[in-house]
Ligand binder design. Structure first.
Ligand code: GLP
Length: 243
């Protein structure tokens, strides 16, 4: 696992954007696995800037998002569909047909999960997966548990996740209780992974991940089993790391 520590959110966001842009420059039809949350917002705006300057072209890129709340329509302001179109897809030149997110209101949830995995496989797998991390160690919406799912599945959100994510909703009661998420197998099959964490509230979880023990109670710790993972951190998130 490689670790990059950047001095502030601005530098951190630039670094994350360079990783994504380099992937696309090297392989113009790259398959990107994308994340939501507050952490990658700066990365997306840097990528939009690079696109506007003509430094990177997304016209052949294909994307798969990690997760979506179950029960929210695509145009709901807190849906991950809405987030992705507002912050990234509407502002670069990725063709609509190349964009994939798990559906928030599928007619048949099981079928939607299987189709999502098949679509990833048809695309040839994910070249670069961008991850954030929950304060409880979740990746995508793979919450701490005795066992984890390998494939795309429905998740009951952990109370901590509902509480943390309630900042985006008018009240905690409005946060959906369930989500649809890529499984850890789909994430681990990505050829390259970057995990982004910024801010003091990620200090403890980053410390746990860095302990180099693998536990399903800290889903992000599974990344130790992958051969090409880079942690991109700002100084606050890295402040619990020794040396
Ligand atoms: C959310 C998402 C994750 C995200 C994480 C951290 O619940 N499902 O994909 O990485 O929590 O979010 P944030 O970046 O806002 O801290």
């Amino acid at each position: 696992m490689q670790v990059h520590v950047l001095k502030n959110y601005r530098e951190f966001s630039k670094k994350a954007a360079y990783f994504v842009a380099s992937q696309v420059i090297l392989k113009p039809d790259a398959v990107l696995g994308l994340a939501t949350g507050s952490t990658p917002l700066g990365m997306y705006s840097n990528l939009v800037e690079m696109y506007c300057k003509g430094d990177v072209d997304f016209s052949r890129v294909r994307t798969f998002n990690l997760d979506e709340y179950l029960g929210l329509k695509a145009d709901h302001p807190q849906s991950y569909h809405h987030y992705m179109f507002e912050n990234f897809f509407n502002r670069v030149n990725i063709p609509r047909d190349n964009i994939n997110l798990p559906p928030g209101k599928p007619e048949d949830t099981e079928k939607a999960c299987r189709e999502y995995d098949k679509a990833i496989a048809r695309a040839g797998g994910i070249d670069l997966q961008v991850l954030g991390v929950g304060t409880n160690g979740h990746i995508g919406f793979n919450e701490p548990a005795d066992t984890l799912y390998s494939e795309t599945h429905v998740v009951d959100l952990a109370p901590e996740t509902i509480e943390v994510n309630s900042r985006f909703f008018d009240s905690p009661g409005e946060v959906p209780r369930r989500a649809i998420s890529m499984g850890v197998g789909s994430i681990m099959r990505a050829k390259k992974i970057i995990l982004l964490a910024s801010g003091e509230n990620k200090r403890e979880v980053i410390k746990k991940i860095a302990e180099e023990r693998v536990s399903t109670e800290v889903p992000a710790s599974l990344l130790h089993l992958h051969r090409d993972v880079t942690l991109i951190l700002d100084e606050e998130a890295a402040s619990g790391l020794g040396g």
